[in-house]
Design a protein around this ligand. Structure first.
Ligand code: PLP
Length: 416
């Protein structure tokens, strides 16, 4: 019954150092967030001990009376938050939710059509080394080489050409909203199922700041840990009754064994919080912050340095910095921002002239800083720091000081 610091001081030190890192730097990886303490509590709780294969009221293990309450709460809250008739909250991660979705709506060898990985798609949408590219015949649509937008005429042409069983709408790096109705019309025309992966923008949907895919998609998958800011995990929604049973059995026993009940309890809390006015305010600040950043990185000094943002702006929680014309590449940009205390990830831009380990882009997101409390003024300050770091207009120590001041003003997990 001894604490971690006694049982395993090396791991205790890792936890302490990571907390210090999160507190002292500015987190701008678009897929990351800070969970509330309430979520940390469930995740570090005794629910981790419980086996609960099956579903509430239909378990293969005894002693599930309390974890059933947690899972039912998570299901009901997810349904009400997104206007869904069906929710499965058991996927351990976004990738496992996606594996279950394909398991339910396609057969091995079927054709699936998703957004090209190099244009902002996700590994699970058909990348050749991923299960989705190995089990299914994956084909892709890309973005337009001039506008960097998804052209629905191209999606339709690809669908007519390949006759996919599944069309995937969703992304990991794309700064605009998708036209779900147009995707559905194409799916109907070719007899495909429409699967929307809203992993990135689910928080914006929950807050009513992004169109909902629910009335258009046959099935919707998501993570809980990006814009929603809940525990690292996934879930699946649907309003297509013919799929409910298949989706449940695709998750368990199709893909997973025992669900992570401590994480499911934390999901219930995250969904509860996502229905609050504070959550909506946070998502509003998230989008405004990304727009402030995009504006700053398209100002004259940035443009003169060959820097811009793809599509000229953003409607969501991230901006994609375009460094194709800049002397600084994605790797160097990631490194200099790391030096000033801002964490981002380099990212290939579509049609990238530089290799994947170098890249000509950076993906910068605002969800974690919005959770930390940032509003327009702080986002303007951090955007200016980023612009000056990328253009080389200021020395690193000066910028690092400005970052430290911001980090100090918004203490993370006080008292932890
Ligand atoms: N789907 C999309 C669109 C994503 O961006 C991601 C995460 O990067 C996932 C699925 C996978 O989520 P996870 O990392 O939880 O497996």
């Amino acid at each position: 019954n001894e604490p971690l610091s006694v049982v395993d001081p090396e791991i205790a030190a890792v936890l302490e150092q990571e907390l210090g890192r999160q507190r002292s730097t500015l987190e701008m990886i678009a897929s990351e967030n800070f969970v509330p303490r309430a979520v940390l509590e469930s995740q570090g709780s005794v629910l981790t001990n419980k086996y609960a294969e099956g579903y509430p009221g239909r378990r293969y293990y005894g002693g599930c009376e309390f974890v059933d309450i947690a899972e039912n709460l998570a299901i009901e809250r997810a349904k009400s938050l997104f206007g869904a008739q069906f929710a499965n909250v058991q996927p351990h991660s976004g990738a496992q939710a996606n594996a279950a979705v394909l398991h339910a709506i396609a057969n091995a060898g079927d054709t699936i059509l998703g957004l090209e990985l190099a244009h902002g798609g996700h590994l699970t949408h058909g990348m050749k080394l991923n299960f989705s590219g190995r089990l299914y015949n994956a084909v892709a649509y890309g973005v337009d080489p001039e506008t960097f937008l998804i052209d629905m005429d191209v999606v339709r042409q690809k669908a007519l050409e390949h006759k996919p069983a599944v069309i995937i709408a969703g992304w990991s790096a794309y700064p605009r909203q998708l036209d779900f109705a147009a995707f559905r019309a194409i799916a109907d025309e070719v007899g495909a199922k429409l699967w929307v992966d809203m992993a990135h923008f689910a928080g914006l949907v929950a807050a009513g700041l992004h169109p909902s895919p629910m009335e258009h998609a046959h099935v919707v998958s998501s993570t809980v840990h990006k814009t929603i800011g809940g525990p690292r995990s996934g879930f699946i929604l649907s309003n297509d009754e013919s799929l409910f049973k298949k989706l449940n059995s695709a998750v368990f026993p199709g893909q997973q064994g025992g669900p992570l009940m401590h994480v499911i309890a934390a999901k219930a809390t995250a969904f509860k919080l996502a229905a609050s006015p504070e959550f909506r305010d946070r998502q509003e600040r998230t989008i405004r912050g990304a727009q402030i950043l995009a504006d700053r990185l398209t100002a004259v000094d940035a443009r003169d340095a060959g820097i811009g943002v793809l599509t000229g702006g953003t409607d969501v929680h991230l901006a994609l910095v375009d460094l194709r014309e800049s002397h600084i590449d994605g790797k160097q940009a990631e490194d200099v921002l790391h030096e000033v205390g801002i964490t981002v990830n380099r990212n290939s831009v579509p049609f990238d002239p530089r290799p994947p380990m170098v890249t000509s882009g950076v993906r910068i997101g605002t969800p974690a800083l919005a959770t930390r409390g940032f509003d327009d003024a702080e986002f303007a300050e951090v955007a200016d720091v980023i612009a000056q770091a990328l253009t080389g207009a200021s020395e690193v120590p000066v910028l690092r000081e400005r970052v430290a001041t911001l980090a100090d003003r918004f203490p993370l997990y006080p008292g932890l």
